[in-house]
Design a protein around this ligand. Structure first.
Ligand code: MG
Length: 154
């Protein structure tokens, strides 16, 4: 068994979509990024890569590479999954830190979508949400989204 952790943060700006775990979140601001800015999938990717000591998302998919411009992060996660060989993902636990909007039941949609992509049972994927209690600079003012994720790999 190997454990990995991932972290990601993106600035939120008007005119961009907010996508987390492949789910579009109704919001007047979205992630500023070279890709689609899906901080949840990015953190999960880094947790998988970390568990297997395979580097990090920035090394695999440089944000200077035009191939990854506005790319759907599910595509990146599938590429990582195809490189983990016989290893299988046991479970995922993630926390989204977002001041607004409140994610509510969307966290369940994110968890089941991640489970679909990872091809594991939805009972093995957890997505939690919390605000930054108006603290922590841009996170607390609603101008950024951050995600922490842990992954266990067999
Ligand atoms: Mg990212």
């Amino acid at each position: 068994m190997r454990i990995g952790t991932g972290f990601d943060i993106h600035r939120l700006v008007p005119g961009r979509a907010l996508v987390l775990g492949g789910i579009k979140v109704p919001s007047d601001k979205g992630s500023l990024a070279h890709s689609d800015g899906d901080a949840l999938i990015h953190a999960v990717i880094d947790a998988i890569l970390g568990a297997l000591a395979l580097g990090d998302i920035g090394k695999l998919f440089p944000d200077t590479d035009p191939r990854y411009k506005d790319i759907n992060s599910e595509t990146l996660l599938l590429a990582v999954l195809s490189s983990i060989g016989s290893h299988s993902i046991v479970n995922v636990d993630a926390t989204v830190i977002l001041q607004a909007p409140k994610l509510g039941d969307l966290t369940f949609d994110m968890a089941s979508n991640l489970a679909r992509i990872l091809r594991i049972d939805p009972s093995n994927v957890s997505v939690k949400a919390k605000t930054a209690e108006h603290l922590l600079g841009e996170l607390g003012s609603g101008d950024a989204v951050a995600v922490q994720a842990s992954v266990l790999i067999d």
